[in-house]
Write a protein that binds this ligand. Sequence first.
Ligand code: TYM
Length: 326
Amino acid sequence: MKKILTGLKPTGDLTLGNYIGAISQMVKLQDEYESFVFVADLHALTTYQNPDELRQRIRKFIAMYIACGIDPKKNTIYIQSENEYLGNISYLLECSTTYGEASRMIQFKEKSKQNANFSVGLLTYPILMASDILYCDTDLVPVGIDQKQHVELARNIAERFNNKYGYTFKLPEPFINSNGQKINDLKYPDKKMSKSEENPNGVISLFDSVEDVKSKIKKATTDSLNNIHYDKENQPGISNLLNIASILDNASIEELENRFKGKGYGEFKSYVADVVGNFIEKIQAKYNEIINSKELDEILDAGIKKSRELAREKYELMKERMGLIR
Ligand code: TYM
């Protein structure tokens, strides 16, 4: 059975962008693939995280994954930092990655510009991500478009390692949903919806109240063309709302364009607000049932056991290939 894997970084509350770009893809594919989902808590540490908040957020992420439909019976669910082999594998992969390659990553270039005192972890971040992906022979990595370059880097590193030391890693591929590859901020629809955004008005957190969600959608930035039409360039706000509704309501963009032909933005926004509001209500009800259950720890214990075993095997194989044996 082929494998899929994805991880999300607990630097803020999960957003609708995270759900559409990554989680919902995993939910769709979990019946056909052996699936791995984790909380990328080590990746959160490239910037300072308040330890108490981080600890709580990690648990919230896991409960929210399950509430969103990630089935613990079909997925290996775990916390990245509980698998100590990943850091070891990452170092060995760093030695097959050039500095030029790592420093050309778009996210590194953008984030290192924003803060002159960026950590070395920001540079090595995609190599740890390669370790996350390669240790268990992942075939497909469902992600949003912003992570595509990192998955491609993982593939390049794997290929180089295989060429140097003999076949060790499967070559992974990114898996990107065409509509949901990038959900944008509701206030600034040219910008990605991001969990670390300081202004919460354009970001839908999966933990927002239904009222807040509806009000954010009703206040979303649109345009003056008054035509419900998918045109990212000239109507980024309306196109973004079309994307969101299309995925959550399981309707094609064309279907929605036809349904709202000649109707005003108010009516369209009310519809989108209801679709997203109903979705949030449903997942939060499930989340509230799970968050304090003992079952959550049992799921994580089983997940980390399997993940560690696979990573240990891969680490031993890498060491053997590289001559790190007595
Ligand atoms: P992170 O936490 O920034 O984002 C998690 C996932 O959500 C997707 N995403 C979006 N998709 C559509 N629209 C958006 N507005 C949006 N915002 C975020 C991201 O593309 C991603 O798929 N480095 C990764 C975490 C990671 C990982 C991995 C992912 C660590 N190791 C191995 C896959 C495989 C990250 O920071 O994602």
